[in-house]
Design a protein around this ligand. Sequence first.
Ligand code: 3HC
Length: 707
Amino acid sequence: MIDYRVDDDGIAIVTWNNPDSPVNTLTDASLAAYETAMDRALADTAVRGIVVTSAKRDFIAGADVHNFLAARSVQELEARSRRASALIRRLETAGKPLVAAINGTALGGGLEITLGCHHRIAADNPKTRLGLPEVTLGVLPGAGGTQRLPRLIGIRAAVPLMAEGKRLPVADALKAGIVHAVVPADQLIDQARAWILAGGEALQPWDRKGFRLPGGDLTHPGLQEFMSVVIAKVHERTAGNYPAPLNILSCVYEGTGSPIDAGLDIESRYFGVTAATVQAENLIRSGFLALNDARKLKARPKDVPKAEFRKVGVLGAGLMGSGIAHACASAGLETVLLDREQALAERGKAHAEKLLGREVERGRLDADGRAAVLARITPTADYATLAGCELVIEAVFEQREIKAEATRRTAEATGPDVLFGSNTSTLPITGLAEHWPRPDNFIGLHFFSPVHRMALVEVIRGRQTSDACLAQALDFVARIGKTPVVVNDSRGFFTSRVFTTYFEEGMALLAEGVAPALIENAGRQTGMPLGPLAVADEVALDLLHKVITQTRADLGSAYTAPASAPVIELFVEKLGRVGKKAGKGFYDYADGQRRLWPGLAEQFPVAATQPDVAAVKQRLLHIQALEAMRCLDQGVVGSTTDADVASLLGWGFPPWTGGVLSYVDTVGLDRFVAECESLAAHAGDRFAPPDSLSKLAGSGRSLRDAR
Ligand code: 3HC
């Protein structure tokens, strides 16, 4: 776990080398091994200094987050922090010079190990990131980070790094003063040794007599003002949903004015209460571990050999098609972009070129890289160009006949054994598959707009889709760097069906006379990216109108109109306000600004009594969880985890909840069911909890454990 050797100059090289994981993490066992190795070096009079490094590609990825999930109490979490903190403190005051030779990424507890060394040298590696990202997991630096970083680089520089969890490239870490030097990788250990041999001092800045915080302490009026502004901004950003950033500020506020030992004590207390929150559990379990598992295809059928992709086709060069082509070509795939006319295909390629131009502007791609990606996109109107593709994805108009025609013509060009993916967002896959000679090789690949920013692909299994086809489609999604969630074929699939309930509920509230500003603010305060009415405008009301008309026609007497239907019909049929694309919907859009349409007051007079904001927030989130639960019961989505991942990546369901079904456990299953029953009595049957949930209530089990 920790390799130990002493070289001829009396320098101990202590190397983190966790045998059971691709990354080094802080666990009870690894910290105990580190302590043993360090004590050995400290006790050995022949050792004059210690270099701490790693044998892995990365240095240390931080504390092992599984330990936080397993911990049962605030006290246990606090004790974990105290143990790590006490060890690091004892080592930095033990009298021998310590150098961190940072060979790769050092995050969280990993960076904190280095901050407990007297000198830090990083290898010059463009992939390395250094930072304290704990806040993104709902916790805070608990091994001295909130105390050492401000004492090292000043409060003004340290606070944003910790409150936002930024990960810095080594050059930026050098500029910020977090590391002392950046050197070529092959000189790392020699340079670290050289610092010790040159008489490097075993004394931290904060242990020097007369130490002052760089940039001043919090008695400085400028810093007082700085902290007030940061606190206000954090409140605005988190709307009370995330305790970690405020607790980080408290650690700095309360800890940096005292000697470091008192500061470390304060930090451990805040660590315990923060890591024990449901938000921390949710962000670790869903936001980190479940997303990681989905990204790595851990649920992929295992017995199908991995599919390799070299050439793919995209039918339809509109916004979605050209976005998909951009993603494929960026991932190194030869990409045929086909439309019914050459000029349309060229226009799609031009869209990809624009996206690449932005990447060049942001420094993420150089001119040669852009040229290479563009050269991989072949715009065409000739189906014969599709020959040799391993996969063809159609992103043509959402009309059955147009899709059927494109599917048939592709089969003529490629033969039947190629995988065929449909980017439909509404039409059932099983029906579309009839037009492909091998329906077992047909699958839904539902991308989200804008494709270059949205990580999710909803992979939809038709009734005849084979396991092999599913596995290969998953390989493709991973190949282009996206994250798949598998769902079964049904109306609206999973994401559209659940997300729709959010803005439909917003419209139902409006129809009841709830003030539009209250609805929108409540939506944003839940942590959803936009208020529900703003979302409806983005989606476009005429599209929603079409869906209602189509569904009514398809379902006949089984159809029940959503509570939003009268509002949508009014806006489309009478008012002609169809949403953002028309410059008018629930909002007026002018000069890049969005303002609630003043005419709303006349159409939907505001009721004399208004609900409180908590009640509106509850309706907007509960309704989504209920629909997701129905999808789980109907087998549209396979697990609570899949539902969570799809909701986090697909429509920005608030991460503090852990996702749309973890939200039920976040509220508390029994309480959730009781609240839904009460809402069903007052707001409508759509809130009636499904039997599956009611039966679980009172069992003492969580939804996540039960399903
Ligand atoms: N705890 C537990 N497991 C971790 C981990 C951690 N801190 N960091 C990474 N892993 C696991 C991953 O889950 C993955 O598991 P798998 O093999 O089962 O899929 C494996 O290590 C490899 O990780 P990635 O697939 O993510 O590898 P990458 O090379 O893509 O990325 C990384 C490496 C940049 C280190 C990335 O894993 C990462 O960002 N990790 C989290 C870093 C972090 O947030 N650290 C703070 C932890 S909290 C803390 O330190 C508290 C302290 O202050 C007390």
